[in-house]
Design a protein around this ligand. Structure first.
Ligand SMILES: NC(=O)c1ccc[n+]([C@@H]2O[C@H](COP(=O)([O-])OP(=O)(O)OC[C@H]3O[C@@H](n4cnc5c(N)ncnc54)[C@H](O)[C@@H]3O)[C@@H](O)[C@H]2O)c1
Length: 357
């Protein structure tokens, strides 16, 4: 059975822990240990999931028998634990963005290759059933060659302001949100980024003492010729109807696709509470009486569970190359996405069109 360790047990790490412990109950993996440098977080989470806890991932990896490691530390701190764990022969699942530098991604890919371990990046938008259908349509050529499009992903201000004000200045709407959309569009159209142009603004968050971009708008030219504009921000007001606003449209020679990835058709209006929109296909919680506890499902969970299923596949003789081009986000995908994000930040500085390299 696949043995898993988790590094970074914060807000999103909780989804990793929920997923692995659910699969453990199904008898398909074992959550062996968790690591978090925050002692309070570690204490709460190790008690909640009934696993051994460590404040030092090196100690965890040296002491425990672990096959695969899932990393959910803040955006700029994925690389070190990934390199160390891969060097110890552990398969890797890493949260997006894979790393915030191209060199870091290359180093991670290199160490995984040398140690013959698998490297998966959590690009969960691929697991959204609506997105899967769009990809099938585009790959079948129903819209013809995609020529242009538009995507947006915008968080409420609570995310950078209240959830992680400490490391938001080391991230940006491009690193935290944009990477999801860059990967989704390149996965749907089957093409990598070629050049970018970007402008951004720093105002609201800076006035709150959080020195990062509020919003970044960028035009990305893909190698296929498609030109897609992305609006990325994390300053939507608290009154907005969902935690994230997201969607895209793609237009080709023979058709157009419009996908609202936020409003999935259920809107509620309650006295004194305003309007809310639900997106239960991301993560939904069901009171499952058969197991006497909450059951988690949705694309946010499937994307994490996919790591366990991939490790099972590999342990039964499957090879990493067979997973290329499928639903799993691999290290090579993480690298291509980071190349786009790095070029965007270069363009923000230079005010010029920058090549994706
Ligand atoms: N896939 C998604 O939809 C999604 C959503 C939100 C966040 N994320 C990603 O998940 C990652 C974590 O985000 P979060 O919102 O959970 O942040 P968070 O701040 O809530 O949690 C990060 C945790 O990592 C711990 N940590 C930091 N350095 C560490 C180290 N060296 N060793 C062990 N633990 C360490 C911190 O103490 C903290 O508990 C980010 O990269 C973020 O972009 C992904």
């Amino acid at each position: 059975m696949v043995k898993i360790g988790v590094i970074g047990a914060g807000k999103f790490g909780t989804n990793l822990l929920n997923t692995f412990s659910q699969i453990e109950r199904e008898g398909r993996c074992k959550l062996v240990a968790i690591c978090d440098i925050n002692k309070q977080t570690l204490e709460v989470q190790s008690k909640r999931y009934n696993v051994r806890g460590y404040t030092d991932y090196k100690e965890m990896l040296n002491r425990e028998e672990i096959d695969g490691v899932a990393v959910a530390t803040p955006d700029p701190f994925h690389k070190e634990p990934v390199i160390y764990a891969a060097g110890q022969g552990k398969h890797i699942f890493v949260e997006k963005p894979m790393d915030v530098t191209v060199e870091g991604c290359l180093e991670m890919i290199d160490v995984c290759r040398k140690n013959n371990v698998f490297l998966q990046v959590d690009f969960h938008k691929r697991f959204d059933p609506f997105h899967m259908q769009v990809r099938r349509d585009v790959q079948e050529g129903l819209a013809g060659t995609i020529e242009y499009g538009y995507a947006h992903m915008e968080d409420k201000i609570v995310v950078p302001r209240d959830w992680f004000p400490g490391w938001a200045p080391k991230s940006s709407p491009v690193w935290f949100l944009g990477v999801h959309m860059f990967d989704l569009i390149r996965w749907i159209i089957g093409s990598n980024g070629k050049s970018v142009y970007a402008r951004g603004s720093k105002s609201k968050l800076k006035s709150l003492g959080i020195d990062t971009y509020d919003a970044i708008s960028t035009m990305v030219e893909f190698e296929s010729g498609a030109v897609v504009t992305f609006d990325l921000s994390w300053i939507l007001p608290e009154d907005f109807e969902a935690i994230v606003n997201q969607g895209f449209r793609l237009v080709g020679e023979n058709g157009a696709i419009e996908c609202d990835s936020q409003d999935r058709g259920t809107r509620v209006f309650y006295q004194g509470k305003g309007v809310a929109t639900y997106n239960p296909v991301f993560i939904s919680e069901t009171d499952d009486r058969r197991i006497g506890r909450t059951r988690y499902s949705g694309y946010g969970i499937e994307s994490i569970a996919d790591f366990v299923y991939n490790l099972e596949f590999l342990s039964k003789g499957g090879c990493i190359d067979e997973l290329k081009g499928g639903i799993t986000g691999l290290g090579e995908d993480g690298l291509e996405v980071t190349k786009i994000a790095v070029a965007i930040h270069r363009s923000l500085e230079s005010g010029k069109i920058e090549q994706v390299k």
